[in-house]
Write a protein that binds this ligand. Structure first.
Ligand code: PXG
Length: 289
């Protein structure tokens, strides 16, 4: 595995950043997770745009243009000779003094890791997964805007630990008002009477690229889709429920807090969307990069 750090490649064992990097000291930085399918990067343009918006929001000036960043990502994929895989793109505030003030950080650290993604086993896509509602609430947008994909994931990590302790792989996070926001690393959708509903950033959801892809697929399949405030009751009584994310793709959710969702089998709408998504990623002409 060859890892890109600030324009140079390092072997896996040699790739390292300073202990004075503010990405490590304060979680001061932003990141993206992307997928390679059939030798092409899925929705590269959308990921790069989100990265630059996150950086802009935290006043982090990335020392290369979005076009150069795109090229760097593609180059890292070529360097690693990957046709399938996962890319972690990280930009930190860089090396600085021991103090929160980013003023001492002169050069951001840009890291590109091209590796494997730990996919959920196939049987989960057929049987669906069970999730719980975490007691850890999503950080309110007036404290920290959820659209910033920052290196501060402890809020989500705490909810993920709750999921693990309950024997689940994911957890639903509610916002301060008690509405559903999203899962710890995935967006959440329900289907009710044939209509797709998902919480918006106003409710605490990240603007997921897979979520946006699902919205496009829904339009293509003439399925009505809307951003909507959802409560746990809406989840428990939904006809279908699924999660979306770069890693998970489209994962049916069949149990929430012990309640069976719908028939207890992946639903028709979920399956149609998942099939369409799988066709899309098998055909690089439709990648929109
Ligand atoms: N919500 C949150 C909080 C996320 O971090 C998503 C939704 C889904 O977004 P995309 O754009 O991927 O459809 C994410 C995705 C990983 C990993 O290792 C992925 C995420 C975060 C942390 C780890 O796959 N993000």
């Amino acid at each position: 595995m060859r890892i890109y750090i600030n324009g140079r490649y390092y072997d896996q064992n040699e790739a390292a950043v300073s202990v004075f990097d503010h990405g490590l000291l304060y979680g001061d930085g932003v990141f993206e997770g992307l997928r390679i399918y059939c030798g092409r990067v899925f929705r590269l343009g959308a990921h790069i745009e989100r990265l630059y918006r996150s950086a802009q929001a935290i006043l982090l000036e990335i020392p290369m243009t979005p076009a150069q960043m795109k090229e760097a990502v593609l180059d890292a994929v070529r360097e690693n000779g990957r046709r399938e895989g996962y890319i972690r793109l990280i930009v930190t505030r860089g090396k600085g003094a021991l103090g929160i003030d980013p003023a001492s950080c002169t050069t951001p650290t840009v890291i590109i890791i091209v590796g494997d993604i730990e996919l959920y086993p196939m049987e989960y896509y057929e049987q669906g997964i069970g999730i719980i509602t975490a007691s850890t609430r999503r950080i309110p947008a007036d404290c920290f805007d959820v659209r910033i994909k920052s290196l501060n994931y402890l809020n989500n990590v705490l909810a993920k630990l709750e999921a693990r302790q309950a024997g689940c792989l994911e957890a639903v996070m509610l916002n301060r008002e008690g509405y559903v926001a999203e899962c710890t690393g995935d967006n959440l959708f329900i289907v009710r009477d044939g209509t797709l509903c998902t919480p918006s950033p106003t409710h605490g959801a990240l603007e997921g690229i897979t979520m946006q892809t699902v919205m496009e697929i829904a339009a293509c399949l003439s399925i009505v889709a809307q951003a909507k405030a959802l409560t746990p009751y809406d989840l428990y009584t939904a006809d279908e429920c699924f999660m979306t994310g770069t890693g998970a793709e489209i994962m049916p959710v069949l149990r929430i807090d012990g309640r069976m969702i719908g028939t207890g089998r992946p639903g028709a709408v979920t399956s149609r969307i998942r099939d369409h998504f799988r066709e899309m990623v098998a055909d690089p002409c439709r990648f929109d990069d």
